[in-house]
Design a protein around this ligand. Structure first.
Ligand code: FCB
Length: 438
């Protein structure tokens, strides 16, 4: 089957996208609360105020995971629940929620994998400059320490940051995600400060005896539209695929960082602290052209020759395989976990009460096959997390895209497992049977 022994199947979510309970038990506001409550920022004014109400319905959701037979659940810990103002004392009631969740998972034999920063920065920290400020890195390490102090005895995997490139690009450069700033290339300090926060957090987590520690990056193979566009593709590749990986695994920045005054000489050793795994999120490749104007060294153009998901993202499982090969040839890699992969479609409940999402099954099947090919070639991949367990709040697109293996009716909060849920359950069971018989 091409999968190593002990390979972990999982599902992933993130706090702001599923929890709801935005003002409960002492939670403070995050940048996403502010952003989504600002008219015009999120499609149809959707917010994460209620989301999937996972904060209250987590037992039902854990039961759904148990029904799938997953080995692990990747969730995120909301910083504004733990430290409502981003610094200072712990809000115990906030940590209590994760304590209950972790125990509930362990009772079902599901390994908790916790992400510490999946984009919900406490608003007071943003008011003080957010990731443009070096101080935010130290605040993040402190929060990581507090979370580990309470949970490290039971959480098996820790992911410091989720997709820092998206925070930099969408959050601070283009302003389409929280905090909605439009700094363009002046957003580069947010790359360094997130990475510094990662390195400091690794140290803080280890001091609290946290087990397996890593970070999760978003990767997108860069395709030049024509041979003449190769420099544009290389520039995109440096921003998207190397800026947040080279410093961690090679101890240096790609040339695009230039001679940045905010990078202190001693920082690279902090950022390059050994990690136990690299988390890989993959959705789609990107096609680049030479820019006609503007400050960026590339333009993005549509890939039109492949079928697309509900987000309009081209479905190219081969690009996933080539990404894994590229990572393997570029770096002396730690073990990899695919921490996100999945797709949205406009899923509806049919007259028979079922959700027939065969396009999702085809997507997952093809991408899991690509991953298997990579493991057969010797690339050390230890787990795969489908995005997502539930339909949820898809950032600027609100509740329109449906990424879940389980359909959520937002009026009633009713969960309906889709056909892909049954398919994934059967896949997990069959790989286990196969492992047993060998
Ligand atoms: C990723 C995010 C995740 C989800 C998927 C669709 O970039 O990490 O929260 O929104 O995209």
């Amino acid at each position: 089957m091409g999968l190593p022994e002990g390979f972990r199947w999982g599902v992933a979510t993130a706090a702001y996208q599923v929890e709801g309970a935005a003002d409960e038990d002492g939670r403070g506001p995050s940048t996403w609360d502010t952003f989504s409550r600002t008219p015009g920022r999120v499609r149809d004014g959707h917010t994460g105020d209620v989301a999937c109400d996972h904060y209250h319905r987590w037992p039902e959701d854990v039961a759904l995971m148990a029904g799938l037979g997953v080995d692990s659940y990747r969730f995120s810990i909301a910083w504004p629940r733990v430290q409502p103002s981003g610094s200072g004392p712990v809000n115990t009631r906030g940590l209590d929620f994760y304590d209950r969740l972790v125990d509930g998972l362990l009772a079902e034999g599901i390994a908790p994998a916790a992400t510490l920063y999946h984009w919900d920065l406490p608003q007071p920290l943003e008011d003080a400059g957010g990731w443009m400020e070096r101080d935010t890195a130290y605040r993040f390490a402190e929060f990581s320490y507090l979370a580990a102090e309470r949970l490290a005895d039971r959480v098996e995997m820790w992911i410091t940051l989720n997709e820092p490139v998206v925070v930099m690009a969408y959050g601070y450069a283009f302003g389409v995600y929280a905090p909605g700033r439009t700094l363009m290339l002046d957003a580069l300090p947010t790359a360094h400060h997130q990475l510094l926060g990662h390195g400091l957090a690794v140290h803080a987590l280890r001091s609290r005896n946290a087990r397996t520690i890593g970070l999760t990056n978003h990767y997108s193979p860069a395709w030049a539209a024509t041979p003449g566009d190769q420099p544009a593709a290389d520039a995109f590749d440096a921003f998207m695929n190397r800026l947040f990986t080279d410093p961690v695994l090679l101890g240096r920045y790609p040339a695009i960082m230039g001679d940045a005054p905010f990078v202190r000489p001693e920082d690279l050793a902090v950022i390059g602290a050994p990690i136990d795994f690299l988390g890989v999120n993959y959705y789609q490749p990107t096609r680049l052209t030479t820019p006609s104007e503007g400050p960026l060294p590339f333009d993005i153009t549509d890939i039109t020759e492949y079928p697309t998901t509900g987000m309009g993202w081209p479905i190219v499982p081969d690009a996933f395989l080539s990404l894994l090969r590229t990572l393997d040839s570029r770096y002396d890699l730690p073990p990899l976990y695919i921490t996100e992969n999945g797709c949205s479609f406009p899923d509806e409940i049919g007259p028979d009460g079922a959700v027939d999402d065969s396009s999702r099954i085809d997507f997952l099947d093809a991408h899991i096959k690509a991953m298997r090919t990579a493991t057969e070639e010797g690339i050390d991949i230890r787990g795969y997390y489908a995005w997502s367990l539930l339909d949820n709040f898809e950032w600027a697109e609100g509740y329109h895209p449906r990424f879940g293996l389980v359909h959520v009716d937002y009026e009633t909060q009713k969960r309906t497992p889709k056909k892909s849920y049954t398919w994934y359950r059967d896949l997990i069971a069959s790989t286990r049977e196969h492992a047993k018989s060998h």
